[in-house]
Design a protein around this ligand. Structure first.
Ligand SMILES: NC(=O)c1ccc[n+]([C@H]2O[C@H](COP(=O)([O-])OP(=O)(O)OC[C@H]3O[C@@H](n4cnc5c(N)ncnc54)[C@H](O)[C@@H]3O)[C@@H](O)[C@H]2O)c1
Length: 373
């Protein structure tokens, strides 16, 4: 397209500032377009001021920047094509110089757009050279903005993990008919494709957001929290420090930095130490619900949960699994359009068994009812 517009303007040799647009007129004549009048420098159409720069000059800037927005080019070329296919004559001054203004505007627009684009590209290139996810130095905000602007493919060069598991390699869980127990919910077939049970390291998942079982300081620790911080790199702690902690049951989001996941959603589970009362139950449900709400607010459509609070915080796994499944099912009933996949990422064999046993209760295969969704 840029070549087209170059051809269009290639004969414009006489800059506007050296007198009437005689050349332009001759050139357009050559293209079978007859001007009745044309805009001359100093005329009212140019606001009384002499035209200060040749149209060609702007085109050159745009071309040099190699950035012509296809739309602008197409529009400009289309306008000229349309006019030259018309009765061959039109009066730019007739509609108060609309063609002259349009072409100039389009070119200026293209030139400015090109300029902004090349400035943006330049900044991004400079940023790409600056990003060092192994170092605590550097501005986390700038790094976050840069990483979030990249496509998944372009972000891969920044992963600090030894490998990654793309979403398409995480199978969707399909309900089985043989349920050992009374289903807790009616089936909603629209949700079948939205659940995965994955056994492995959450830091390897290349998805929109992984949930971290953090502590109130958000400054890292051990277990899954430690693994996530190690994989993300020191920039994660820098951003976390700016969040000023997190209440139990709440959720806060950061960039994933060196992780394959775009975001980390930090939530703080209840410390149960084997004793679960109403308060711990409510807090654990809030962790799942607030994490999903935070994901939706940030358009994160694939989210993975570890078994929150079932490690150091001592929430019994066989009770936690019900809070997790029930809360995710309730959320998906209401907001199924906001999520493509919720992944229960278990680490221990016992958790894998527990989820296999209980998933069919919350996402049953039987008693299909017409989905209310
Ligand atoms: N586990 C530890 O040694 C340890 C020590 C200090 C702090 N922490 C952390 O534990 C507290 C939170 O307790 P919590 O029970 O919610 O968390 P947790 O102790 O990390 O355990 C949560 C669940 O995550 C599982 N898990 C561990 N690593 C991974 C991984 N790479 N991928 C997927 N799942 C994994 C773990 O098996 C457990 O089922 C926080 O203070 C946090 O910093 C853990």
């Amino acid at each position: 397209m840029a070549q087209q517009i170059s051809a269009l303007f290639s004969h414009i040799r006489a800059p506007l500032s050296t007198g009437p647009l005689r050349r332009v007129r001759a050139d357009f004549h050559g293209a079978g377009v007859k001007f009745k009048h044309f805009v001359s420098p100093g005329s009212p159409q140019l606001g009384g001021k002499p035209a200060t720069s040749p149209v060609r000059g702007h085109v050159n800037v745009a071309l040099r920047a190699g950035r012509f927005s296809t739309t602008t080019t197409t529009t400009a070329a289309a306008v000229v094509r349309k006019v030259s296919q018309g009765n061959g004559s039109f009066s730019p001054r007739g509609k108060r110089g609309w063609l002259g203004k349009f072409v100039l505007g389009a070119t200026l627009g293209a030139g400015t757009a090109a300029l902004v684009q090349s400035l943006h590209t330049g900044t991004m290139t400079a940023m790409a050279q600056k990003v060092d996810l192994d170092s605590f130095k550097g501005d986390w905000k700038e790094t976050k903005e840069f990483l979030l602007s990249l496509s998944v493919k372009d972000r891969r060069q920044y992963y600090r993990t030894s490998g990654f598991v793309p979403l398409e390699d995480i199978p969707v869980w399909t309900p089985t008919a043989d349920v050992s127990g009374e289903p807790v919910c009616l089936r909603n077939e629209k949700l079948d494709q939205k659940i995965s049970l994955y056994r492995g390291d959450i830091t390897m998942l290349e998805i929109d957001a992984i949930v971290n079982a953090a502590n109130n300081s958000l400054l890292g620790g051990g277990g899954v929290d430690g693994a996530i911080h190690r994989a993300a790199g020191p920039m994660l702690k820098k951003e976390c420090a700016s969040l000023q902690g997190c209440e139990t049951g709440e959720a806060k989001i950061t960039c994933g930095y060196g992780l394959p996941a775009k975001y980390v959603i930090h939530t703080v589970g209840p410390v149960a130490q084997g004793r679960v009362e109403k308060e711990e139950k409510k807090a654990l449900r809030s962790c799942y619900k607030n994490s999903l709400t935070t994901a939706s607010k940030n358009e994160a459509r694939s989210v993975a949960f570890p078994c929150i609070s079932t490690g150091i915080y001592g929430y019994p796994s066989e009770q936690a699994v019900h809070e997790a499944l029930a809360t995710v099912r309730e959320y998906l009933n209401e907001h199924h359009d906001k999520l493509d996949r919720v992944i229960f990422c278990v680490f221990l064999p016992k958790d894998y068994e527990l989820y296999l046993q209980n998933l069919p209760l919350y996402f049953p295969a039987e008693n299909t009812v017409k989905s209310k969704l």
